[in-house]
Design a binder for this molecule. Structure first.
Ligand code: NOJ
Length: 565
């Protein structure tokens, strides 16, 4: 075996978007005590690791990713004592907790930024990135033409000192200056504070952006629009690895924790290896998003359906599963809080159980540490957005208003397309039961409830004989079963039928062989898989699964996992 066994390689993760998960004090906002209440539910599913989205004090411009105080909990989410209790109760159940470490930026309401803005010689000035504007044809423009991820320029002018600060996300999220050793020191203190409180590690937000090109030069990218989405200017630059090494040596290495960096869609497996290779990486693993968009949602025409491109999806799986195996560890996940819902993206909202269970087996028998996103286990779908007021996301709203969509003849089409991709899909209220507020709260929640929560919810998933929840639970039981653990956790991955347009098939190879075959579409498909003999069926989503691998007819969305030899 290549890998030294560690708890986080064997863990099953679950991501919680705190604001929408469970409201314990009936103010309409999810909170830490709400998570505590649901720990037995998560335990029953087989979860052993929870990643909680930011819970720090925040003005909530980006729902908590804009942190105003790293050392305190936002009052809408609870208190530090609630957090201590949550950690204690989770640990008692064998569940570890990781926090979202927002390293790249703070809120503009953070004390450091309030100071930094005041004057050019303020001691906190260098905590952020400030620069003069440029005069082009007699008109002042931002220091560079680089775009922000959330629309417009990545610079914002501050009238107090007539300089611009860098903000690659929203105007209210100024970027920290990691060149300044004081900033690195302060942020190491933040990490230490939470680890000493008992947290078991971090998902590190936007880690790919901690370094920026030294020279503030314009991008020559050939795109329409004033600001260029040239993310290379502030992504995956070599200096980041020096910063992370400092964090590893001074903080991470002192604890038995797991660290997972978010490196976004731009990183290659080679870059991922720089972050997380077994010998010299500073992080344990990284999230990338190559496999999250293998369909036509970015060029969808109003009349088209979302169409899954399975061949491309399989290519991305090969790229990462082969690219990192034996050299680094990896998380496996279908989505996070920045993505549309899985059923609406790769599944079928008219066949929720079958497509959802098929997608579960297709992913979670692969190699890596699973991360289920809240609501995925009950097949939550996208929200039917109708007007701009149905949205909350700062990114969507910025783009809508910056492009003056309000006055555009294509407004309805824009809303429809934005709705298909929107991050808000993942942020709707968790469907606990069929009651008015979906069992989330006794009062109207802060955000949308899915209209189908009456048919698809946790209560029902637990009662139904067959549900995605129960299918996921079986997957995680198999992963934890001592008979299959060596294969399903540490074994290698081999993809079969790479060019097949409808079927995804792969084998895990350890001290046993476990083969999963899935039909991604709503039709019967016949395949022939040679070279393996079925010993037994370990899991399937239909009764009486076929065992003839060389002449296998799969029913719509059928998935079967076999022990083979
Ligand atoms: C990535 C997070 O996943 C996203 O939700 C957030 O808006 C940005 N980083 C900025 O923190």
């Amino acid at each position: 075996m290549f890998y030294k066994p560690t708890w986080w390689k064997e863990a099953v993760g679950y991501q919680i978007y705190l604001k929408s998960f469970k409201d314990s004090n009936n103010d309409g906002i999810g909170d830490l005590n709400g998570i505590r209440e649901k720990l037995p539910y998560l335990k029953d599913l087989g979860i052993t690791l929870i990643w909680i989205c930011p819970f720090y004090k925040s003005p909530m411009d980006d729902n908590g990713y804009d942190v105003a105080d790293f050392f305190d909990i936002d009052p809408s989410f609870g208190t530090l004592d609630d957090m201590k209790l949550l950690i204690k109760d989770a640990h008692k159940l064998g569940i570890r907790i990781i926090a979202d470490f927002v390293m790249n930026h703070t809120s503009d309401e953070h004390a450091w930024f309030i100071e930094s803005r005041k004057s050019k010689d303020n001691p906190y000035r260098d905590y952020y990135i400030w620069a003069d504007g440029k005069i082009v044809d007699g008109v002042e423009t931002p220091p560079t033409n680089w775009a922000s991820f959330f629309g417009g320029s990545c610079w914002k002018k501050d009238i107090l000192t007539n300089q611009y600060y860098m903000k690659i996300f929203s105007n209210k999220m100024p970027d920290l200056n990691y060149k300044n050793p004081k900033v690195r020191h302060e942020m190491m203190n933040v990490a230490t504070f939470w680890l000493d409180l008992g947290i078991d590690g971090f998902r590190i937000d936007a880690v790919a952006h901690l370094g920026r090109k030294d020279e503030l030069i314009d991008s020559t990218m050939d795109t329409l629009g004033k600001y260029k989405p040239d993310w290379r200017m502030f992504s995956n630059l070599p200096v980041i690895f020096d910063y992370l090494r400092e964090f590893k040596e001074n903080v991470f290495d002192k604890y038995d924790i797991v660290t997972i960096g978010e490196v976004g869609g731009g990183a290659t497996p080679e870059e991922a290896l720089r972050y997380s290779n077994l010998e010299a990486g500073s992080l344990n693993m990284v999230f990338n998003f190559d496999h999250c968009w293998s369909n036509n949602v970015w060029d969808l025409n109003k009349k088209e359906q979302v169409v899954v491109d399975l061949v491309n999806l399989k290519k991305n799986f090969r790229k990462w599963q082969y690219g990192l195996y034996g050299k680094a560890w990896t998380p496996i996940y279908w989505l996070n809080h920045d993505h549309p819902r899985l059923i609406s993206q790769y599944g079928d909202p008219n066949n929720i159980y079958l497509s959802g269970s098929m997608l579960g087996s297709s992913l979670y028998f692969m190699w890596g540490t699973p991360f289920v996103y809240q609501g995925e286990e009950i097949g939550m779908t996208n929200y039917p957005f109708r007007t701009i007021d149905d949205f909350n996301d700062v990114q969507d709203k910025n783009n809508y208003y910056l492009n003056d969509i309000e006055n555009s003849p294509n407004k309805d089409e824009y809303i429809y397309l934005m709705g298909i991709k929107s991050r808000d899909n993942a942020r709707t209220i968790m469907s606990w039961d069929s009651s008015k507020y979906a069992g989330f709260s006794n009062v109207k929640p802060w955000f949308n409830i899915l209209p189908n929560h009456k048919e698809y919810n946790v209560k029902k998933a637990l009662e139904d004989e067959k549900s995605i929840y129960k299918h996921y639970r079986e997957i995680f039981k198999l992963r934890a079963n001592p008979k299959y653990k060596d294969t399903l956790i540490y074994g290698s991955y081999k993809q079969l039928l790479p060019r097949h347009k409808d079927v995804y098939a792969y084998v895990r190879i350890g001290n046993k062989k476990i083969l999963t075959v899935s039909n991604f579409f709503n039709k019967d498909v016949n395949v022939s898989i040679r070279g393996y003999k079925v010993k037994k069926v370990l899991l399937s989503n239909y009764d009486n699964p076929n065992k003839a691998l060389t002449n296998l007819t799969l029913r719509p969305y059928e998935t079967i996992t076999y022990l083979v030899e």
